[in-house]
Design a protein around this ligand. Sequence first.
Ligand SMILES: [Zn+2]
Length: 388
Amino acid sequence: MRRFSFIGVKVTHRDLIKTVESELDQMVELLRQLVEMESPSTEKQAVDRLGHFLADHIRQCGLEPRFEQRSTVGDIIWAEWEGSSPERILVLCHIDTVWELSSLQRNPFRIENGRLYGPGIFDMKSGVAATMKIQEYLNRSLLRPRKKIRFLYTTDEEIGSNESRALIEEFARQSQMVLLTEPPLAGGVLKTFRKGVADFTLKIRGRAAHAGLEPEKGLNALEELARQIVRIQALSNPELGTTVNVTKAHGGTRENVIPEYAEATVDARFRTLEEASRIEGDMRKLSPHIPGVQLEVLGGVNRPPMLRTHRTEELFAQARLIAAEMGIDLREGGTGGGSDGSFTAALGIPTLDGLGVNGGGAHAVDEHIELAALSERVALLARLVERL
Ligand SMILES: [Zn+2]
């Protein structure tokens, strides 16, 4: 077995990439297994099955898998590699996907034209596979980080992280930095800031009446909804990067009845906390256009914006240097999509997100990763874990 160490034997980054590359087939096989264990956030049994697979792997790597039981979503799993320093890096992943069971039938795991396809492969089973390889390298002493490395695998990221948020925040507070192997931006660009997300449900209660006999006795909840939709869409502020969109609506019962009820869901994204509270305030202040109609607004901010703090800036600069030594030009950017990195960054813990494998089509049928990027990204993650 080859050993890499910075004390004594000088080890080149190229050697590490070569080792990773020589095991590419194994990694593709591991990815196939992960993808074929479907794990929609809402299917506890299925997610737990994947969790046990992961736990077995962790055990084989000489670490002890810990389970945090959950009743409505899959059990959360974590493990820690003991470094010599009291400092800690938190490596954060989610093993749930947005894909329903049997999505594989339409969208099987496959390799086509240098791309690997399959439900959840980009978001974020390839990122999970990368962390599993890191555990192997630690066990084989290919990596010898100074810091403790804590791997945390949550199970409800795609449905808002209600069951994992407290644990994520607790672990982040015990860490000096957080690395997420979520999908990167196009070309492998890291995410150092993210918009925050708020979700609302608007419920509208009018009054039913016969549409032909006495429509004037009704209060048309759908008409009210139509007017509210226009108001709500106008809460957007593109200049500040705030988007507000009505994403789902329904109402009414029969063709000849004035609808007494209608409701809509609203998705809002913002870069700053000021915009978050403006949107929340404006949503709560919505008043009915039609006298007598009742409005109810539920929901609020789900994830705060992931701010690019000074400490995150410094962490990225360090990561960029390490990548440059490997011949990788690491870049950073931002996105409108939320992630659990938003929680850790909001606590002031420097957070690098998007360390997963280059690809595209998150949450879409052409979801894929680039085979050519796989080795380099795993090697990069390995080096970051060791050197940061
Ligand atoms: Zn994700």
